[in-house]
Design a protein around this ligand. Structure first.
Ligand code: SAH
Length: 359
């Protein structure tokens, strides 16, 4: 089996000035103290960056000039550049973003779900190679830094006017978040910080293919997002085929990790299930899914395949999807069918992939 998780490529190691975009309020305070300022001034700088979307030191008017001057000498604040902004007929907006090293990623705004939702990426590409996902065909170029992950939220909020309006976040863009665990969780804590946009973890959903050690770590986190598991199959053999990481962390191990995952009151694990015509969409599959989820606080989100050139599967008929959903509903499992948003601009699930850029 290819060692999927060994393919990790770290972001370029920082050689130049410190990038404040990737620092927590505590780290920023420590830096400001080191530079001769006061701890609370570090928090003020964090607020300018993350709450107000301001990255120009000269605009941070409540921070003493001397502190700003020292920061400007030793640090930068990097922000992903917007290369392109596409808006779908349904209002979904996809931003193509360029990072400091020229690599590109995508971040998506999905309106009225009924909430306003940002979908963010955690890696350039992805190493997981799920058989139906376009991002998987790119392979993994590198992990994103915490600053780049939180930066997507900052850019979306500023660009789309959400600095003062609540929104949800789904970590469902390019990449496998638990394969880039530390940067992802640090970014979520930054976004959740009361000095930042103060996004409650209840508004955040992290979606994973099921990197079991990552799930075990996540279970210990103080900032605990909602959990979505990309299940997609109900037998080991079928999942080995569709989601290759299953050969390392089996369905049995994944379900055991889900069963012991600490859930808050009234919260449930979402199981995502991409539906592939003639592959995993039969009534027998639905019945096996019911048995697999027996006793779990679960809901199921069916994702009829978004077809793409180079993906060797097709989307089942609406009738087939409905019949599958009915089996779950009859077993009293909450089931929803994901309405595919932004398909016309290739912003829908599994359609995020950027052309290779020459750098
Ligand atoms: N790597 C994480 C985050 C990506 S979330 C994960 O796998 O959970 C994106 C969701 O879209 C996943 O459930 C993924 O399996 C699903 N998806 C991928 N390709 C798709 C496609 N072509 N059509 C519909 N859903 C797809």
């Amino acid at each position: 089996m290819p060692e999927l998780l060994d393919a990790a490529v770290p972001p370029p190691s920082p050689t130049g000035p410190t990038d404040l975009a990737g620092l927590t309020p505590e780290e920023l305070s420590a830096l400001v103290v080191e530079l001769g300022g006061k701890a609370f001034q570090g928090r003020q700088v964090f607020r300018w960056i993350h709450r107000k979307g301001v990255t120009d030191f000269s605009a941070m008017t409540d921070v003493p000039k001397s502190v700003r001057a020292r920061l400007a000498e030793v640090a930068v604040i990097s922000t992903p550049d917007i290369v392109r902004k596409d808006t779908s007929s349904d209002g979904t907006t996809k931003l193509l973003l360029r990072l400091g090293d020229g690599r590109q990623i995508e971040a998506v705004f999905i309106p009225d779900t009924p909430s306003q939702t940002f979908c963010i990426s955690t890696q350039v590409g992805c190493a997981m190679k799920c058989g139906f996902c376009l991002t998987g065909t790119m392979g993994l170029t590198r992990h994103l830094t915490a600053g780049e992950i939180a930066g997507q939220v900052r850019v979306l909020a500023k660009e789309l006017g959400f600095l003062d309006t609540p929104f949800n976040i789904v970590v469902m863009g390019m990449g496998e978040p638990l394969h880039n665990y530390d940067a992802t969780m640090k970014a979520l804590r930054m976004v959740g910080s009361e000095d930042g946009l103060h996004v409650s973890p209840r508004r955040v959903t992290l979606s994973t293919v099921g990197v079991v050690p990552g799930l075990e770590k996540l279970a210990q986190e103080a900032y605990m997002p909602n959990l979505a598991i990309s299940l997609h199959a109900t037998t080991e053999a079928q999942r080995d085929e569709l989601v290759p990481i299953n050969r390392k962390y089996s369905l049995a191990q994944l379900m055991a990790a889900c069963r012991s995952f600490p859930l808050k009151k009234r919260s449930r694990i979402t199981f995502e299930y991409v539906m592939l015509a003639g592959v995993n969409d039969t009534i027998e599959d639905a019945r096996r899914l019911v048995r697999l989820l027996n006793g779990l606080k679960a809901k199921v989100n069916l994702l009829p395949l978004n077809e793409a050139a180079g993906i060797p599967y097709t989307r089942p008929s609406d009738d087939q999807v409905d019949a599958f959903a009915q089996v779950l509903a009859n077993a009293h499992i909450t089931v929803s069918v994901r309405k595919s948003r932004g398909r016309d601009i290739r912003a829908a699930c599994g359609q995020l992939a950027v052309e290779k850029v020459a750098i």
